[in-house]
Write a protein that binds this ligand. Structure first.
Ligand code: NAP
Length: 325
């Protein structure tokens, strides 16, 4: 079955969970641009305000607290009247009842079962790098969530983007841009993995396309899509390229010993400061690249080059071109 050849978008009502977040609001914008009816899920619908694109001001809003939505029945109210659900919810750090397991695993598992029962389609945003052995509870909960979706039998797909870039917004993207401006770039010595940054607007468009199409693969399993931009590079080179947007002088690279970087990541987790976490320290040590880059296929065009990189003419559909320093 050609997963991409059955557009069925007209008249669809799509609930975007985490629709006020970095990825979610770009999905909302893209879905609206396709002419679909969008509902935005948030813990605090009345506070969404300017977190949503202006064209989304008239969208319906639904209150969702993942930590309370741990059974399929608990989802009934939130899913009422909806054809498709796009799940863009994620937490960087646990707070009280908002644990990694509840938010990334148990609530999506219950959501998938609720969708299976009522025939609603589900598009689930996950992350790359969950296959390797991992110690971080953040990463393990995301892997558990994916596994639950695979077992659910729901008509769903899993989308794994690499690092996201944007000119504005995004806690991680904004922080990386700020750090890139500094004259000294301190990076873990073992942060040797490659990334394939992609523009968050492309991810929003890809999610809007997936929301409108059939998703199960031939074996009845969720289709899984790995997405990246057109170039693979180390975080160090990525930071250098971002810095070059603002200064002709390269930053001084400083290598932080791996053990110290790991310690710092635990401290950041403890104090809830910066987007650097133990999970990210683990991710940086291996490549964060799509096995097969599905983004050109989903977009039907080459991905936008991220702002700091020269436009690329060759944007491969199969994987991305590694460029190790
Ligand atoms: N950013 C990246 O570069 C990147 C790359 C790959 C994968 N991802 C993954 O994509 C997901 C979203 O990332 P993002 O950058 O868009 O994050 P984000 O901007 O922090 O958005 C996350 C959204 O989750 C919602 N949320 C958080 N806790 C919730 C809860 N307990 N119940 C219901 N909703 C809750 C928040 O909505 P309200 O505040 O409105 O309630 C927020 O809008 C995460 O799982 C992340 O790991 C991100």
């Amino acid at each position: 079955m050609d997963m991409l050849s059955h557009p069925a978008g007209a008249g669809l009502r799509v609930l975007v969970l985490g629709g006020g977040g970095f990825i979610g609001r770009h999905a909302v914008g893209a879905l609206l641009a396709h002419g679909l009816t969008v509902e935005v899920g948030s813990r605090h619908p009345s506070r969404l305000g300017r977190r949503l694109p202006p064209e989304a001001s008239a969208c319906g809003r639904r209150q969702v607290h993942f930590e309370d939505l741990l059974t399929p029945d608990a989802w009934l109210h939130a899913l009422h009247g909806v054809d498709v659900v796009v799940n863009c919810v994620g937490i960087l750090r646990q707070r009280g009842r908002e644990t990694y397991q509840r938010v990334h695993h148990l609530a999506p598992a219950a959501l998938a079962e609720a969708c299976r029962r009522s025939g609603q389609r589900l598009v689930h945003v996950s992350a790359l790098g969950l296959q390797a052995p991992m110690r971080s509870g953040f990463l393990r909960s995301k892997a558990d969530g994916e596994q639950a979706l695979r077992r659910s039998g729901a008509n769903c797909c899993i989308v794994r983007p690499s690092l996201l870039d944007a000119e504005r917004g995004g806690y991680g993207a904004a922080w990386i841009r700020r750090v890139a401006r500094w004259p000294v770039h301190a990076l873990p010595a073992d942060a040797t993995g490659l990334i394939a940054a992609l523009d968050v607007r492309d991810l929003g468009e890809a999610l809007a396309g997936l929301a409108q199409r059939a998703r199960l693969d031939d074996a009845g399993q969720p289709a899984e899509f790995e997405l990246g931009g057109g170039q693979a590079m180390s975080l160090r080179d990525y930071l250098s390229a971002l810095r070059a947007l603002h200064s002709p002088r390269p930053a001084l690279p400083v290598q932080v010993p791996g053990w110290l970087a790991r310690l710092a990541s635990h401290a950041c987790d403890l104090l809830h400061v910066t987007p650097f976490s133990f999970g990210h320290w683990e991710l940086l040590r291996r490549d964060n690249l799509p096995m097969h880059n599905d983004l050109p296929l989903l977009l039907g065009r080459a991905p936008r080059p991220v702002a700091c990189l020269a436009p690329t003419s060759a944007l491969p559909a199969a994987g991305v071109q590694p460029q190790r320093a």
